[in-house]
Design a protein around this ligand. Sequence first.
Ligand code: NAD
Length: 552
Amino acid sequence: MKKTFEVQSGTTLRCKGWRQEALLRLLENVLAVGEAPEKLIVYAAMGRAARDWPAYNAIVEALLTLEEDQTLIVQSGKPIGILRTHSQAPIVIMANCNMVGQWAKAENFYALEQQNLICWGGLTAGDWQYIGSQGVIQGTYEIFCRIAERHFDNDLRGRFILTAGLGGMGGAQPLAGRMANAAILTVEVNPERIEKRIKAGFLERRADTLDEALALIADAQARREPISVGLLGNAAEIYPQILARGIIPDIVTDQTSAHDLVYGYVPLGHTLEQVAARRTSDMEGLMNDSRASIVQHVQAMLGFQDRGAVVFDNGNLIRTHARQGGVERAFNIPVFTEAFLRPLFARAIGPFRWIALSNDADDIRKIDDFLLRRFPDNLIVSNWIKLARQYVPFEGLPARIAWLGHGERTELALEVNRMVRDGELSGPVAFTRDHLDAGAMAHPNIMTENMRDGSDAIADWPLLNAMINCSSCADLVAIHSGGGGYSGYMTSAGVTVTADGSVAADQRLQLSMTNDTASGVLRYADAGYEEALDEVERKQIGRIDTAAARYQ
Ligand code: NAD
């Protein structure tokens, strides 16, 4: 029988305080909404919530007994000790999957993982911040909107988006495309993933043949009506077939787990069972076959680009593996961050999230109302909240994501803390964000590609971000590096703080929400981005101008 994973609801505490209880509920939540919870896998092929089940149980036990002035230390998904700190120190600190530079390779990661010495936390899996496919949906939607502005007179009606991957993150694509009014086709090799997204309300239609899928898309295009279609198939086969028919989508991307050649991408001609068997019997051969399929996949993407489609990489290293497989032009495809989101990140506007810990969806609606009243002129926020209310279903604990910037996040968090204190909400609310945020990530093929000052690969920034969040009394702070196919490609930092209505939470939220985004603005200001320099000047962040002048 399939085990079900549940999250505690209501306001009864099992832990000694809400800070501990919040983290326990978030841990339960990432499994409740994750892709393969029985294996502790949350998303991105092998992003795990904990190292193994004994480690999971030990984390739960620790959170249940932790005092307010203690800190639990977690190393790659395993709790290694509880130390006495003080009542404003983080409740949990973690370092997940950090390997020393020359050792940070996929093969070494797999060997260490097999010895049960390490596990990969993805970005938001290992530090219990994942909120289902909603977590990336506004980012994907914003990318489609920016493309619409730049290339399609701000209107995607009648436009065709082709993509692939309906996993933990990729599953957001059909809904994001539909919300942007496009006709979106997503190719997915695993039928269960298609069914899961239909059931969750993220995907409308399933097609079993390419003819059927293209007919549904063409019909919706002709009527200028949005539609989302999932097609069962392998993208490395379907993309070239669509190209060969001379059908050129308006926008093309991909969100398969192409970053991982062993546990993520499914090579051509393979069933899921065949891939699983080769992981142990022939890992090297499997990596070669995955790379060879990615070559065909990316060559088709370049073919679409040559014939006028707007093509972009959606953050899965597909270009990197294609180039290693010999596709020299792979990096002609731009990455979404540099192409569409950098001006937002330079102002530390990024994917901020909040989660209703009591499991009451009305709490999220009340917070939506506040945002609509407080930021009516901020269209990134107000348009999104209206759309999200209408279209985005809740998965697990009710949660919302919105791209808020420096000062805005602090204001929202403090207001929510007041609402909790005054009994306007039915329970505490946790605040967190994606690691793909201004100050929190060094990822030279995704987040920090082509930084203006050439600082793409410098990982000091996320490490500083984590340290300032620890110094700013956040409840959980995590430092992650890439695992599996991402080994050696990235370092990032995560933070979570709970609004439990207390005065102490006011201080924690004020400091950590403010300093988290401040570190992002300072990172981009140091790289010379005008938006960040403007933000520093207008909001007086960190006084970097006078400091820089003094030290030059
Ligand atoms: P996932 O492992 O949960 O899902 C990947 C899906 O791709 C699976 O359903 C798998 O069956 C499918 N797939 C694999 N090979 C395929 C092929 N050849 N053809 C068709 N389908 C195939 O991963 P996820 O969490 O959805 O993440 C997908 C990728 O996006 C990862 O590389 C992840 O790191 C990246 N990512 C990007 C962002 C971003 O901000 N842009 C955010 C999170 C994750």
